[in-house]
Design a protein. Structure first.
Length: 171
């Protein structure tokens, strides 16, 4: 199975925020944004694995900036790291003012997807080769996040979390 580049998995969804998708403050409902993020992340994971994928977890979402009615929203998702059968997908959400064209990062998220074979069982995915500084940063951080998640779930002993130990103890 050949390794892939994060750009091979890039999924970009662009849409406009309509009145029926907003709350009383005329901002996009958080759930609407989560659904858009999940769709983009699913496409990215599927492109990386060439398989049907399912959302295993929503690891992190930061609602940093409200997304106002009428905004153009662009959700960009790409695989940040591939493990055995799972992939971490990093999602950036951008908003663009339709009149000024000004674009700003509004939110981000990190989801985990699992690739499935024809019988619905988890299956191997290609490894990922990061190239840019940002891709390398996200790739390295993904292993720390995975180890932290495993430690918190009781599936890994803290002493075995080598990346976390290196982060907190210097080696």
């Amino acid at each position: 199975m050949d390794a892939k580049n994060p750009k091979d998995s890039l999924a970009i969804l662009t849409d406009i925020v309509l009145p029926g998708e907003t709350n009383i403050l005329k901002n996009l409902f958080g759930g609407e944004l989560l659904a858009r993020m999940d769709r983009a992340a699913s496409i990215a994971a599927g492109r990386h694995s060439n398989r049907l994928t399912v959302t295993a977890s929503v690891n992190h979402v930061a609602f940093t900036q409200a997304v106002p009615l009428g905004s153009v929203v662009t959700v960009e998702a790409s695989v940040s790291r591939a493990f055995s059968t799972s992939m971490e997908v990093f999602i950036d959400v951008w908003i663009e003012d339709r009149f000024s064209g000004k674009r700003s990062k509004a939110n981000e998220g990190i989801y985990t997807f699992v690739a499935l074979d024809e019988t619905g069982r988890p299956t191997q995915v290609p490894q990922l080769i990061p190239e840019t500084d940002l891709e390398k940063e996200r790739f390295d951080a993904a292993l720390r996040r995975k180890q932290l998640s495993l430690v918190l779930a009781g599936k890994m002993e803290p002493t075995d979390a080598t990346e976390l130990r290196a982060l907190f103890m210097g080696g």
